[in-house]
Design a protein around this ligand. Sequence first.
Ligand SMILES: C[S@@+](CC[C@H](N)C(=O)[O-])C[C@H]1O[C@@H](n2cnc3c(N)ncnc32)[C@H](O)[C@@H]1O
Length: 544
Amino acid sequence: MENEEGALDVSVTKKFGQKRCSPRLRQQIKRPYYGPPCRSKTQTTDLLSSNNTLSPSPSSSSNDNNNKDIISQQQQQTLLFDFSYVPHTRSHKARVKKTLSIFNNYFLHFSNSNNNNQHPLSQEEEEEEHNRPDFKAVSKMIECNQLLFPTKRFGHLPGIDVGYQLYSRAEMVALGLHTHWHSPIDYMPPSYNITVSECWPAEGVSAGFVVYKYLLKRLEGQPKLTSNQVQCSNGRSRVPAKAPRLVCLDISEGQEDVHIPAVNTVDDATITGFTYTKYNQILSNLKVPRNANGCDCKGGYCKNPKTCSCARLNGVDFPYVRSNGGRLIEAKDVVFECGPNCGCGPGCINRISQQGIKYQLEVFRTRDRGWAVKTKDFIPSGAPVCEYIGELRRTNELDNVAENDYIFEIDCWQTIKEIGGRERRLGDVSLGRRDEKEIENSMPMPISMPMPEPEFCIDAGRIGNVARFINHSCEPNLFVQCVLSSHHDLRLARILLFASDDIAPMEELTYDYGYALDSVVDKNGKVRMVPCHCGTSECRKRLY
Ligand SMILES: C[S@@+](CC[C@H](N)C(=O)[O-])C[C@H]1O[C@@H](n2cnc3c(N)ncnc32)[C@H](O)[C@@H]1O
């Protein structure tokens, strides 16, 4: 939000290419977080100390007429001064992270409850402020005392660094960076002008508005900006990056809807030794389960979760909302999507993971982790990023497993049942017993069948897609979601990677490989140890 000279562009509240965004954050929570603590108004604002995992209730007070009053009361609170610069600690950053998770969680739930309204909202009603899911999310956070900085502050906000990219006013309100919900421009009375050195109208007039810029004084002790923190409000970096060497224009060779270039600024390596494919390859010795029965929904789209048999498998709800092209509301042990025998069509809300890659991704070379993948687009939390694609194999038929870095064991059943030391991958996800029963009932094998180890895996060593280049991080921004669409055999579930946070453009994509330490042995039975170079504050130091 501040440029190299310290001039603040008041257009910071403008959209940044897409609808919503989040700052670049390093989180403290290892697993995707989907259950915000909803606390009473009397509690303190220490979000991190709360252990409650109450899910937001989309219906409660979402249309409260006094929402606006709550916000305007807040706007009138006394200003707090804080001119001392406090270096950001992990706990400050974790609070920011958690606040944005809570906002996203409410946003997705309210979007879902709008979709599921018995009487769908008209276009005009949808545009009314009190019906907007972002407005409802912020109102709910105010009601539950979940804003990060609920009092208007002047000066430093611990945990929020210069260089954060914020795309929506609602997120800024959630953090306490912006207090005027109704107006895109927040302000302080003139008596608070001590931090402004200069102010001038920018050249040109945009859509009838003059854009003002402000040169601000740096707080004492505030570190200098680094070039990678500098962003313009139009999304382009102000400091030109060193021209990368393009080693491949499109690793998918036209198979994906978007080109996936590969660049290397580190060494002479090129992309070799694998063939790109968009679909899992099934080896001839493997029997593909028959297609599951589908739902009877008509008219191209599944609309009613009570009558759609696929929605019933997901706990009588659709797992996705339509916002930003489709987002998973919350992580689940398994998502049942509509498939080939369903009455709906390809545009159905319950087929979001079947649409292929839609974000601009780039493969790039790192100094210590080989190739990696970054996004050039903003990716909202809950959005599907890509599927892990390769050859479907039996795990007991793999040769040289220890030498193959590209094997993904399909361990959905084991993680649901917490078999073999596999903890539930989704951490904070709450799953009712009923859902687990539904999953078991829909499986084409007896539930008593002992499956201590995954029977099948996806081997992307020779054949695969862009997911094979995504590295591990102990603080990832993607999470693994098992999805069943054509059949209902969990042993052969599809493996999808979804965004666990809002992901800013140019951020590396990572997920937690989830290896148990000492679980990988070489062909002589000796434990293999690989150091982790994810570089995050939560790093467990070893990949396995
Ligand atoms: C699925 S591949 C990921 C792409 C890989 N970097 C490449 O160049 O093709 C997994 C391998 O990448 C490397 N890797 C991934 N994440 C890593 C990390 N955090 N630290 C060290 N090495 C990592 C390890 O060699 C690992 O076995």
